[in-house]
Write a protein that binds this ligand. Sequence first.
Ligand SMILES: [Zn+2]
Ligand SMILES: [Zn+2]
Length: 338
Amino acid sequence: MTRSKNWDNIETDEKERIVGMTQGPRVAAALTAIGLCSIAPLQAQAPMVKTQAPGYYRMMLGDVEITALLDGTANLPIKEFLNGVTAAEVDHALAHAFMKDPVELSINAFLVNTGTKLVLIDSGDGGHMDPGTGHLIENLKAAGYEPAQVDEIYISHMHGDHIGGLSRNGERLFPNAVVRASRQEADYWLKAENLAAASDDAKPGFQHAIEWLEPYVKAGKFLPFDGDVTLVRGVRAIGTHGHTPGHTCYLIESRGNRLLAVGDLVHVEAVQFPKPQVTLKFDTDNNAARAERLRVFHEAAENREWIAAAHLSFPGLGHIRSDGAGYDWVPASYSVPH
Ligand SMILES: [Zn+2]
Ligand SMILES: [Zn+2]
């Protein structure tokens, strides 16, 4: 800019504005030249967006398509919930993982397309436990599916964050699906005498299970199963009782590839992989839950199987690697399915 001969007559504020206009592009050009800035001037007024991408992640397991679906996240004060570990040990393990208490846990479900059946493993919390949850159906739709396409829903166990997304106000949210769970799990949560015998603190858990399953029970669309059985071709139930009386993993196999959906066998990766003996205060049987976690971790590490976990950081897909006394969690490396 060429300064006019009237420059001395211009007010000081106006001079600063004009100089700023001429300096801005020069500063940007200088920053660009040294690689610090690729766009011109300094005027970032756009509001921040603060959302994530739609919560789904896809992988192929042989001929089977697996889609991890995020229901949401919830902050859990884990020091209050873990057994067999000191608060200082938890803090140390979290700091080692660049985390701190409370831990933001993912709530994941898994959609399995076998080619002939569409199976959903767990249904998320449905927005009952935490305002950050209840996004399963929008993420299922974002992933290219509709709730009416789901043929079967396999429940790992009947804690609210796994069944809350089944129904709302007495209506089935998956109108064509048959819901399946182990008979031990169904008997424990759905029998009126267990609700009657439960402590006041425990009653809501029973009431919710009855309420959220009832639309399927009434429609004849709830079918408990007995033992470790194949439910559809390529998907088998594996009893892993302890976290709840009928907690069940689901093993998916295709062309020699195996993925085990482990439900609530593990919650806090920073603590329970290095120390798999650490249990949860809300396990119904701590010893059985610990034994099943140790068995599954050992087998998954030996067999190099895929794991799909309900509460590990979304998408909750990865592998378990033995690490001396404990284990490491190796999350899935990002991949575009073919
Ligand atoms: Zn649970
Ligand atoms: Zn859970």
